[in-house]
Every structure is written in structure tokens, then in C-alpha cells.
Design a protein around this ligand. Sequence first.
Ligand code: RP5
Length: 163
Amino acid sequence: MSDIKVGIIMGSQSDLPVMAEAAKFLEEIEVGYELTIVSAHRTPDRMIDYAGKAREKGIKVIIAGAGGAAHLPGMVASLTTLPVIGVPVKSSNSIDGWDSILSILQMPSGIPVATVALNGAKNAGILAASIVGAFDETVGNRMEAFKRSMKAKVEDSAEEVEQ
Ligand code: RP5
């Protein structure tokens, strides 16, 4: 069985600077992932193929990022029973990113996409690792350590400003 647990896909290479944040977190937490470009509009057949094969590849959760008329996360969610996390990407011709946010967030009943904030790919990586960690004790323990380290940072900074 492959150790790739998370599939990261995005509509265009122009989304990569944002989506790389998800990959970076998964690397830090040592969760296997694969990353590729799949466009809902320009390569619909590739999208159908990706969604159809994801589960048999061992993927447990898909992170899908897109901007503008951002149909990739929702369409992938319609094609798989794996959980899909959507990352609205603020693309250059965006109307402040609201096009990306609303087209990923406003899914019809029955086909949810767990939508993170605009350009919130790091949180998508954290959420994906949490989902994997719910069933994988090693990853779950690493997520516990990650939370503890965030807590310690806040406590340290509080001590610093209180002095
Ligand atoms: C979407 O359109 C992509 O996800 C990207 O955010 C946006 C612009 O794509 P490019 O024109 O840069 O390829 O499909």
C-alpha cells in the first residue's frame, strides 16, 4: 500500500505558490502526499480520472485549490466519497477573491467541500493531517505535538510581554 495519504490538486500552475503551503505542512508533519495540476475546465477528463482513482491509490483526503470560477473542489467532491478540502485561491483577475470563495463554499446539499479561508492552504494541510491522524496514531501523536508547540509559543509570548 502506498504511503500517499493526501492528494493535493490545483487548477493551474499559477496556484502553486499558494498551494505549496499545504505541501509544506504535510512534509513537516511527515504525511505522504502527491501534488499535481488538474483543471476542471481545461482538463475535465483528467479530473474525472483523478477523482475515480484517488481511493484505490490509498489517498484518504483530497485538497483541491482553484481560483475564479473555482469548480475543481466541488466537482471532485461530486466524483468521490473521500473528504475534499477546498482552498479558494485569489487569482490575478479575481474580484477580491470572492468569486473563488463563493464558488467553493456554496455547495449544494449532499456534496460538501470543507472550505478554508482565501489562500488558506496551510490550514488545508493541517486539516488533512488531522483527518489522517484520526485513524493513524503516529500522525495523531504528531498533530498533538504540533498543537502543544503552538500553545507553548503563545504562552512564551505572553510571558515575554508580561515581564
Ligand atoms: C483557475 O483559474 C485556476 O485555479 C487559477 O486560480 C485561475 C487562473 O488560471 P491561469 O489562467 O493562471 O492558468 O482555473
